[in-house]
Design a protein around this ligand. Sequence first.
Ligand code: PEP
Ligand code: MN
Length: 348
Amino acid sequence: MIVIIKRGATDAQAQEVVEKITAMGYGVNVSKGVERLIIGVLGVRENKEMLAAQLSGIACVERVVPVSKNYKLVSREGAQAGTIIKLPNGVEIGGTAVHVIAGPCTVEGREMLLRTAHAVKQSGATLLRGGAYKPSTSPYSFQGMGKEGLEILAAAREETGLPVITEVMDPRDVAMVETYADILQVGARNMQNFNLLKEVAKARKPIMLKRGLSATIEEWLLAAEYIFAGGNHDVMLCERGIRTFETATRNTLDLNAVPLLKQLTHLPVIVDPSHGTGRWELVSPMARAGLAAGADGLMIEVHPNPADALKDGFESLTFEKFAAMMDGARAVARAVGRPIASDVAATV
Ligand code: PEP
Ligand code: MN
């Protein structure tokens, strides 16, 4: 069961509700976000209706929602409306318009990132991606430029106005990375790094949580619940493919997840067909499929010269191929009544 406290209620009023609940012998989780305070009531097995009625009667309580799922705060049961994540420059993820996040797998240098940022913006991307800290399978492959990479991302934002998203791998880096990034990415390999989840929950920047390599939807939503319960309510999910018996593609992009997540959670859903397929020829068709399935956005790897990319060149699009992909995505987005955000802005 979750108890949603009215906007404008004081901490003392919320504390009174917490005390009432604990006095009745239940556990509580208090999730204090920037806009909302939500109390999760734990251990309610009987007399649910009576308890709900009792709590609903308290003046500062907006509503009480009985939630049957293990993930309470991110469940669709607790929220009629979808979460909308608001970023600088009017970017809103989770609204009617869909967003395209594009950029290289890895920040490899200033010149390549700036060129890529301008090119993807020109074609209609509304956010820039690029890894500065890379989760590499092999200890011998490139680990990322670190802080210098973050500085380059910030410079690209300065020049293009595109908000930037980048991965954070280490709980000790969260506070520093959030001073550069507009969105923090938690990568597939860290989806269940619970210490990292608790740390990004304290960040005051939105989080994009990628699906773990072999994570079920329930495990993924429980990972998102960690962030929400820890007080960060700006969470979005990214389907990036899962491990299956199939080896012809790098991963199996699970597009079932998109409409299913729309039923189960109020969090925005992004589709990453680059990692989801691992083959650049498949990126454009699966990007279109992702939008047709109801995604709120796409994440696409783009590189000035994929053959020379330090990472993931095989799944990266050239600038020209990205522009062509955007044309196809635009047509599907229009067909499902969710235009690409840069087109909406262009017509205002
Ligand atoms: C990435 O986005 O470059 C990345 C490493 O993704 P994932 O965590 O999904 O493998
Ligand atoms: Mn990559």
